[in-house]
Design a binder for this molecule. Sequence first.
Ligand SMILES: [Zn+2]
Length: 295
Amino acid sequence: MTQDSTTPASLSAGPPPPGPMAATGVPYPVTARATWLLAPNPGPMTFDGTNSWVLHEPGGHGAVIVDPGPDDPGHLAALVELATEQGGRVTAILLSHGHPDHSDGARETARLTGAPVLGARERWADQVIGPGPLDLGGLRVDVLATPGHSSDSLCFHLPAEQSLLTGDTVLGRSAPSILHPDGRVDETIDSLQRIAALLDGPGPAGAAPLILPGHGPLVPDPGGVLSFALVARESRLAQVEDAVRAGHDTVSAIADALYGPFDERIRRVIEMTVRAHLVYLHDRQRLARPVPIDG
Ligand SMILES: [Zn+2]
């Protein structure tokens, strides 16, 4: 589950232009340590598909797979082949979060490679990881807890080159969905602010900050994209606030006022998004009238 389907029209300046995009199934070496393999699962909630990543420390032994993506035999075989080519063997499978478009292929990838699945929840990880550094076959990965899109979201920082794998916390286009009750607007804002601080400035040897997102193109201007995301979030909150003030007093009426008309197949997702924003506004006493969250 990825995107909040529209960008608020009230934002006059658009986001910074997106970076390059991979072609499905074609390995794309992005940095000295990260190669991108786009999975074949495009859709309304996954954009072009899930971005899977192979990480490998130059001169080190072993490779790491981040977000195997869907349980697609061709994609998983290509991912394992790529990782094995680079590192000789796969030492770990990292999950940015448990949403199925990122994690469905993790079990099969573990079976194919014998590598453990590392993530924030024991429900789907062999090894639960939290904030802090990991040494994976000589590759240093700093784990950040970045709840908001989901409560179990992690980002993976490669401090040697100032790049950050963000899963669905920051996307290459548009804004990630925040689906009540697992997703929270306050946590999203806090996570984006912490990522902006982390990527504010070059890394070792002047390496420019770079975001490797879970969907969509590369983000070569993290500062610009994060500032835009924070402004867009406040704009969305203000729209919900205005809709309530204008008399819309149910979740579905607010969803229609803000997003309509839309494909009814995504109504449930849109209403979960509206609920997440209502919770934030309610907690800050910004609602002109009470709106039943479950109505
Ligand atoms: Zn997700």
